[in-house]
Design a protein around this ligand. Structure first.
Ligand code: TTP
Length: 218
């Protein structure tokens, strides 16, 4: 992560409720860095790219990030015994458009031009799953951000830096620019891919939350 986030020092940590080893079902360097900074011990076992698939045009962004985080968790649950799996998915949304990771530089440029001078939202879906108890819970955290109007020069420089690669919306909040501010739900960790505050709450209350989910789906 290029900019040490102010909240990196005080990230909350809660013990894994089932005592199982924690497995991060994500190849995101940001998620691993956040977990490490909070003091969690974990293994990384990214979900297959094919887990991040499926389009449902009626789905809201909230539903989409929840579904994708769930699909990533399922992919790793199938391959791991006695583990506590953590998966996540992050998307940005602006003016009715959903922005994932840019396919290429042109795509990143279109995203930056769309975000320039606008308020937009970042959504992260989190899914946790105990393979031992076969209990699962998922949740979504939304943060609102505002980007300053960007000059052609600033956009060009940022694109040249390559920092847009692998980041939803084509922009990294942590990349050391002062163009972007969180205006609602001040969770920097949520914006960069894993809402650590909500994760700690979920782990704290895992078994009652998972019981509730099981009753609702029955
Ligand atoms: C909005 C934003 C996203 N991101 C990152 C977090 C995620 O890594 C990425 C969104 O892509 P994701 O598909 O959520 O995650 P990923 O492809 O990196 O990893 P995996 O699918 O294996 O879990 O964008 C930032 O680093 N900074 C930001 O400001």
């Amino acid at each position: 992560m290029s900019k040490p986030l102010p909240l990196m020092n005080g990230l909350p940590r809660t013990k894994i409720p089932t005592g199982e080893p924690l497995v991060l079902a994500s190849g995101s360097p940001r998620r691993a860095e956040l977990l490490k900074a909070a003091g969690y011990e974990f293994e990384v076992c990214p979900a297959a790219d094919s887990a991040e698939c499926g389009v449902d045009y009626k789905e809201t962004v909230t539903e989409m990030v929840a579904r994708l985080a769930f699909q990533k968790a399922v992919d790793v649950v199938r391959r791991r015994k006695r583990s506590f799996i953590l998966a996540a998915d992050t998307l940005a949304a602006c003016g009715g458009k959903i922005l994932g990771k840019p396919a290429d530089r042109d795509d990143a440029e279109s995203m930056l031009r769309l975000l320039s001078g606008q308020k937009h939202d970042v959504f992260t879906g989190v899914c946790v799953w105990s393979t031992g108890t076969n209990q699962c819970y998922f949740d979504v955290v939304q943060s609102r951000l505002e980007m300053s109007p960007l000059s052609d020069e600033a956009i060009g420089e940022y694109l040249d830096s390559g920092k847009w690669e692998g980041k939803a919306g084509g922009f990294g909040y942590q990349d050391g620019n002062d163009w972007i501010q969180i205006v609602e739900n001040d969770s920097e960790s949520n914006v960069v891919g894993l809402p650590m505050e909500r994760l700690a709450e979920i782990l704290e209350n895992f078994s009652s939350l998972a019981d509730k989910v099981q009753k609702e789906v029955r």
